[in-house]
Write a protein that binds this ligand. Sequence first.
Ligand code: SF4
Length: 218
Amino acid sequence: MNITSNIHHIYELFLNSFGPQNWWPGETTDEIIIGAILTQNVNWKNVETAIENLKQYNLCTIEQIHNANIERIAPLIRSTLYYNRKAKKLKNFAEFLFIRYNGDPDRMFRTEIAELRMQLLQIKGIGEETADSILLYAGGKPVFVIDAYTKRIFNRIGITKPDWNYSQYQQFFMTNLPQDVSLFNDYHAQIVHLGKHFCKRKPLCDECPLNNFCKKKM
Ligand code: SF4
């Protein structure tokens, strides 16, 4: 099997085992963006707690974040760790959106993808994974998201290399899959599911749907 067939085959194994993941868990574009910024280095359950708090205090839109001060936001997102820094990141994003796009995410997402990605990466505190999560899950753009689970799983399977940088992993997926937003959306969600439940630090290879396929297991 060549690499393209392998990547497709892995996705079929995911789908057959886990079914569609129906991501992203978020009700509005603003909420997805806020979740994408808060989720770095923390369990999604902690992000849910933070989002519930923000909703309770009417702070779960970018406009509300823009109008609030950091001291008001930070305690509400305490569950996401590094909460002062994350509050600042939320404010930085809101400021960017208001200065550049008059606070309108739809207007922002009309910008050409590579240009918008570059703009997002210039916001202090927004890295590649966050920028790509915003583009894919909030903007519906065909951008593949790479995270620590992606690297761990595909390195263990043996079809990517541990010394690759973010762009190399991303190119690997984006050149071997069709530019399909739904596929990119669900494929990343499947990877996260496998990483959380099977391909952990100490992997549960015997129960893993990829175990006939994985170099580490074999
Ligand atoms: S077989 Fe084991 S190492 Fe390979 S992907 Fe599954 S859990 Fe990870």
